[in-house]
Write a protein that binds this ligand. Structure first.
Ligand SMILES: NC(=O)c1ccc[n+]([C@@H]2O[C@H](COP(=O)([O-])OP(=O)(O)OC[C@H]3O[C@@H](n4cnc5c(N)ncnc54)[C@H](OP(=O)(O)O)[C@@H]3O)[C@@H](O)[C@H]2O)c1
Length: 243
């Protein structure tokens, strides 16, 4: 037993993604350095929805964008697994949150802390952000959808604005509009980080930060869970639990 832990302690962790051992399993070996005490108020299924998406959001908003109170952040796909947590972290940081989602998800994202919503299917998000910021542009854009976001974002960002993307986009991007604006672009490829996860667990323990769970599937139906995700329209995370 690793020092500080005893049998029966409830833990959660962000497992290394590409280390080959896999996490679709009832038992899993993990390096003790990644393990954090699970917030008591969350079930194991709820806790499982947090580590990857919340650590990614934390890294993007705090470590890279250094989001400040009063700033405006555009969070793409606010009803998604990452977006639904990023909205809450941005709200807690005191930022004004603008998010893209379909109208069905407006009530959800507002309940998480979004001040403004943009229907990405019917509205040009750049025009909407410029309207909402009286032409100044947002301080931060958090890109969780890829596509043309990297090339479009300079038109929606204020001078010295920051963009953080988590999408490993294969499409070539024309960044000409970013020139002369002193913008900052960051790519995040999240990594396990127990300190960040402990900070996230503290917020969750206080009830300030909640996982958004779309649905739960037994591990034996992992294929159906993937089909559900691929069908689209998922709100928050899909969780696999025991058999
Ligand atoms: N780099 C990293 O460290 C890292 C970490 C985690 C995730 N990721 C990546 O980040 C991306 C997002 O992950 P996720 O778990 O949040 O995905 P997700 O939950 O599957 O995202 C689905 C959400 O995206 C919305 N959406 C789709 N296209 C959109 C668009 N053009 N504009 C606005 N919203 C849109 C969907 O809305 P509808 O319901 O309206 O379709 C849905 O709410 C994925 O590509 C994932 O692989 C990267």
């Amino acid at each position: 037993m690793v020092s500080g832990w005893k049998a029966g302690d409830e833990i959660f962790y962000f497992a290394p993604i590409f280390d080959g051992s896999g996490t679709y399993a009832e038992m899993h070996v993990v390096d003790a350095q990644f393990v954090v005490r699970k917030p008591a108020r969350l079930s194991h299924e709820e806790a499982a929805a947090l580590p990857l998406a919340a650590t990614t959001s934390w890294t993007a908003l705090h470590e890279r964008a250094a989001l400040k109170p009063g700033e405006t952040i555009v969070i793409h796909a606010g009803a998604g697994g990452v977006g639904s947590l990023a909205i809450q972290l941005a709200r807690i940081a005191g930022a004004r949150v603008v998010t893209t989602c379909r109208p069905d998800n407006e009530a959800l994202v507002r309940s998480l802390g979004a001040a403004e919503t943009i229907d990405y299917r019917t509205t040009d998000w750049i025009d909407a952000v410029l309207d909402l910021t009286k032409g100044r542009g947002a301080d931060v854009v958090f890109d969780t959808v890829g596509g043309d976001t990297l090339s479009q974002a300079p038109r929606a960002l204020a001078d010295r604005g920051r963009l953080v993307t988590i999408v490993d986009t294969a499409k070539p991007q024309n960044l000409l509009a970013a020139w002369g604006r002193n913008l900052r672009y960051d790519f995040v490829f999240a990594a396990p980080d127990a300190d960040k996860l402990r900070a996230i667990a503290e917020l969750a323990e206080k009830g300030a930060f909640i996982p958004v769970i779309d649905s739960k599937f037994p591990l034996s139906q992992a294929g159906a869970a993937h089909a559900h995700v691929e069908a689209g329209g998922v709100r928050g995370k899909v969780v696999l639990s025991g058999f």
